[in-house]
Structure formats: C-alpha cells, structure tokens
Write a protein that binds this ligand. Structure first.
Ligand SMILES: C[S@@+](CC[C@H](N)C(=O)[O-])C[C@H]1O[C@@H](n2cnc3c(N)ncnc32)[C@H](O)[C@@H]1O
Length: 292
C-alpha cells in the first residue's frame, strides 16, 4: 500500500459490491451500504448512466464481471461460514483487512453478543471511520485494531485489543493475501494459530499461480494486476494449492474446504441470467484450528 493513502482497492471492491447490489437481479451478496462507503469518484461513475450501462452489459458481465463475481462471491462465502460458526457458539468475529466491508452496519444489531474486531492498515481504518460517522455511533461491540502486516504480527496487534485468546473466534481475511508477499500471508496464518483458541476458524481467499490460467482468465488476471499496480497496490501473492495446504496443516489447521473458482460458480452463480460467475484465478480456503 502507498504510505499515507487509504486502500484504493478497498474502494474498488466496495464499488463492485455497490454496483452488484444496485443493478443485479437476485444479488449473490447484498450490500446496501457499499455505495456510501466507496469514494466520491466511484460514486460518480456508479450514478452516470453510460458507465452503469457498460458495467452491467452482457459483454462486461462475461469479462470484467469475473472481478465482480470474485468480490461478491468471497463475501457471501465468508458470511455463510460465519453464520454457521455463530450457530455453533462462536462469539468473536475478526475481519482481517476489513477494508470497506459493511458487516458492522448491516448485522451488528442482530448479533449484540458478537464481539467484532476490524483489523486493518491504519490509513484505511482512519478513512473508513470518517465515512462511518454518517451512520451514527459505532456499535459498542465493534473494536478497530490497526496493523501493517508487513511490520508486525496479528497476534501482537490483537494483544492490544479486547480479543479473548481463550475463546474461539472466526477470522475472515478477504481480498488481501493477493497484495502481500506469500511469506507474510503464511506468517499471519501462523500468528493466528498461536493467538486463537482451538476450534477457531479462518476463511481467506488466495490467488493461484497465474500461469495455470488461460484465455479470458489469464487476460483478466493481467488486467487486474495492471489496475492494482496503477492504484499503487501491486499483486504480490500467489500460491500452489498443494504447497499452501501442506504449510497450513503444519501450523495446526484442519482443512475444512478449499473451494475453487469453478466450485464457487457452481455454488453461488449457477444459471444466473446475467452470466456473472466467479473467476478461476482465486480460491476460498476454510480452515479450523485442531482441537486436542
Ligand atoms: C482489496 S482490499 C479488501 C477489503 C475487504 N476485505 C473486501 O473484501 O472488500 C485490501 C485490504 O487489505 C488491506 N491491506 C493491504 N496491505 C496491508 C498491510 N500491509 N497491512 C494491513 N492491511 C493491508 C487494505 O487496507 C485493504 O483494507
């Protein structure tokens, strides 16, 4: 991330959620706050008729729409797993690299006993907190924890907060590992394994090696790489699935699921008339800390 600048890719992700909510029939993930949370520039584009038409055209949906599929698909998957974890009694939710995620606006009133921790880069957090003021006071069960993953561990950051290490927690880590060195992602997962109680869960998305992609997927991946480079948040992290699995198993995680892009399309985008689907460039990984 560029020093002193809040995450531009977080704004782009919120803009894609806003467009999907405003224009898609039967949205895969409904985020009514994304429009207010994204930047003024994106708000202008999202209210300009030719841009809105272009962003929701069949050609766009089959090409750049892969990015929309990725952004709404990962949020839907993570929250599906979160609600299942809450049903099992988990009462701590840690949004790692929260960006402009609107869970605290959409859902806190339904889960007053859930302790929510937004862990993110301080520049992104400051900008978000300013935007949140429009919606009134921040709910009392929400805590913001600042971190730069490249400089400190998540365990150190959470130790400064009210996070209860002896209670199981659910961690979602969306749209972030792509921008970190692979070793930083592995260090962060190892750090979660140290600080979190057994039975805690982690859901994250990761990029596969772009050389495994072909056709529109490979071009799309190249486009995203150029675009995020332009936003000063270059793509850095890709993984071989098998190597990643072996690494996290050594840290003490059980693999609950590794869902490929096609698996996500099958689960959430089946037979959509707008043809939006999930890219095959990223997977969702769901891990649970082993119980001894
Ligand atoms: C593309 S956004 C994803 C935001 C959100 N999770 C979503 O799905 O929309 C990437 C997030 O990673 C965070 N991030 C990137 N590099 C970081 C770093 N070195 N330390 C802390 N946060 C970082 C940014 O602040 C931003 O919130």
């Amino acid at each position: 991330m560029k020093d002193g600048q809040s995450s531009r890719t977080a704004e782009a992700a919120a803009a894609l959620r806003a467009n999907h909510f405003q224009n898609a029939e039967n949205p895969v993930f409904a985020d009514p706050f994304a429009f207010e949370l994204t930047s003024k520039g994106w708000q202008k584009l999202l209210t300009t008729t030719p841009t809105v038409k272009m962003m929701n055209s069949p050609v766009f949906n089959r090409t750049l729409g892969l990015l929309t599929g990725q952004v709404v698909g990962r949020s839907r998957y993570a929250e599906d797993q979160l609600y299942a974890a809450i049903d099992r009694g988990v009462q701590q939710y840690v949004l790692v690299g929260a960006g402009l995620d609107s869970f605290i606006l959409r859902q806190t009133q339904y889960y007053p006993a859930l302790k929510i921790f937004e862990v993110d880069h301080p520049d992104t957090q400051t900008a978000k907190q300013k935007k949140l003021k429009v919606f009134g006071d921040i709910p009392t069960n929400v805590e913001f924890v600042a971190i730069d993953f490249e400089k400190e561990s998540i365990a150190e950051a959470l130790e400064r907060s009210g996070f209860q290490q002896e209670q199981a927690a659910f961690f979602s880590w969306l749209g972030t590992t792509h921008y970190l060195e692979p070793q930083t992602t592995l260090n962060t997962l190892a750090s979660i394994a140290i600080i979190a109680a057994e039975g805690s869960e982690v859901v994250l998305d990761y990029s596969i090696d772009y050389r495994q992609l072909q056709g529109i997927e490979r071009l799309g991946s190249l486009f995203v790489s150029q675009f995020t480079g332009f936003l000063k948040e270059p793509l850095r992290g890709q993984f071989q699935t098998k190597t990643l699995h072996q690494a996290v198993e050594k840290m003490g995680y059980d693999m609950v699921e590794d869902l490929s892009g096609d698996g996500l399309s099958e689960r959430y985008f089946h037979n959509r008339p707008d043809r939006i689907r999930h890219t095959i460039a990223t997977h969702m990984l769901h891990l649970r800390l082993q119980q001894t």
